[in-house]
Design a protein. Structure first.
Length: 381
């Protein structure tokens, strides 16, 4: 980092103070709040040097200073201490994510909800990609002549449904016959391995005219493939608008406009690389990782990894006034989806990271339980 102990302490104090107050920080304020054994003049000189080095900025309307993106980066990478959640709060979150939980989509919706509530920022959870998941069941239920509901059940505990058009002359019994034949032929196959050809081959075991089978077979194929479609679950976009930074109408508009482009945000999150096999010591000693913008922050090797992007590091225009913390959750040993929290650059980083790590760990546990068919107490359903 290249700063001496005093500058580190002053920078940490400025960031901590600004996170709490959203007001520019002056030297007198630091002396009054923190135990510096030096004069206000010395603190003022050190702050001026930190400004020259690019760690602090001075708003035009104030004598105080605020952290720059570089200052926040130094704080997150070198000065931040992340504590475990208090046991009582951890139990409340774990209970909320486990109670009456039998489906992954419901789980990640709850993960988004609890993260937004506990951090008071905007949360995002990207649905898993299920290409390697196995098809367990496919049901086709008649809604009315010409319309049916296709329900796809995957091994990861995922249920997806879709309304489709079918031939009007097809009755409910015939529809069930086609679905049963497809299920018998494809059950146990991964989504990657299921093709239109394999669906057609399974459907033709039904003793029905090809003219009736073809449209049903094609809709079943689309429903299976669309079970792997990325969905973004977002909660608490209004919470960021309560922050002082977003009282500016233009900033608020840009932020909301970006979030409303959910496919854009989902695509951006899905492409984020978190390099979780890089250890903390590798990061600290590798200048190339720092210089190319790959900023990772880890605890010990067995703890969750997370990525923090600050301001200009976020490649979405409407989020340049924000910080974005993400982590990945897994199905088995495979990274499945991502969890994120968006807040102002002066967000309470330690609080967010401790919550996002715990939610990620609990989601991983729950997905494993659902995939193994276990109940809330670990017994087999």
């Amino acid at each position: 980092m290249g700063l001496n102990a005093r500058k580190n302490l002053i920078l940490k104090s400025v960031v901590d103070d600004y996170i709490g107050t959203a007001e520019p920080v002056g030297s007198k304020s630091l002396v009054n709040k923190y135990s510096f054994n030096v004069s206000p003049a010395t603190i003022r000189n050190e702050m001026a040097e930190l400004e020259e080095l690019g760690y602090l900025e001075q708003p035009h309307t104030s004598a105080g200073r605020v952290p720059s993106d570089k200052g926040y980066r130094a704080y997150v990478d070198h000065l931040l201490q992340v504590e475990d959640l208090p046991q009582k709060e951890a139990e409340v979150i774990r209970s909320y994510l486990r109670e009456n939980m039998d489906e992954v989509t419901q789980l990640i919706r709850r993960a988004a909800s609890v993260l937004s509530e506990k951090t008071d920022y905007t949360s995002l959870v990207l649905s898993p990609q299920y290409r390697k998941s196995h098809l367990k069941q496919i049901k086709m239920l008649m809604i009315e002549p010409g319309r049916a509901l296709v329900v796809v059940v995957l091994s990861a505990g995922v249920v997806k449904d879709r309304l489709v058009r079918i031939p009007e002359m097809l009755d409910a019994q015939q529809l069930m016959q086609v679905a049963s034949a497809i299920e018998d032929g494809l059950s146990g196959m991964t989504l990657d391995d299921i093709t239109l050809v394999t669906v057609a081959a399974a459907a033709r075991h039904t003793p029905l005219p090809e003219s009736l089978i073809n449209q049903v077979m094609y809709e079943a194929y689309l429903s299976i493939k669309q079970a792997d479609q990325l969905d973004l679950y977002l909660d608490g976009s209004h919470r960021l608008l309560a922050q002082p930074e977003f009282q500016d109408v233009r900033k608020a508009h840009d932020f909301l406009e970006t979030l409303n482009r959910d496919k854009l945000v989902a695509g951006y999150m899905s492409e984020l690389k978190e390099d979780q096999d890089i250890s903390h010591s590798d990061y600290e000693n590798n200048e190339e990782l720092v210089n190319n913008g790959t900023h990772i922050k880890c605890h010990a090797a067995d703890d969750p990894a997370y990525m923090v992007r600050i301001g200009q590091e976020i490649l979405l225009d409407g989020l340049k006034e924000c910080s974005f913390i993400t982590t990945s959750y897994k199905i088995g040993d495979t990274v499945a989806g991502k969890i994120g929290v968006i807040g102002p650059k002066r967000m309470a980083y330690g609080k967010v990271i401790s919550h996002i790590n715990f939610v990620k760990m609990t989601v991983n546990e729950q997905i494993r339980r659902l995939a193994n068919g276990e109940d809330e107490n670990g017994g087999i359903v």
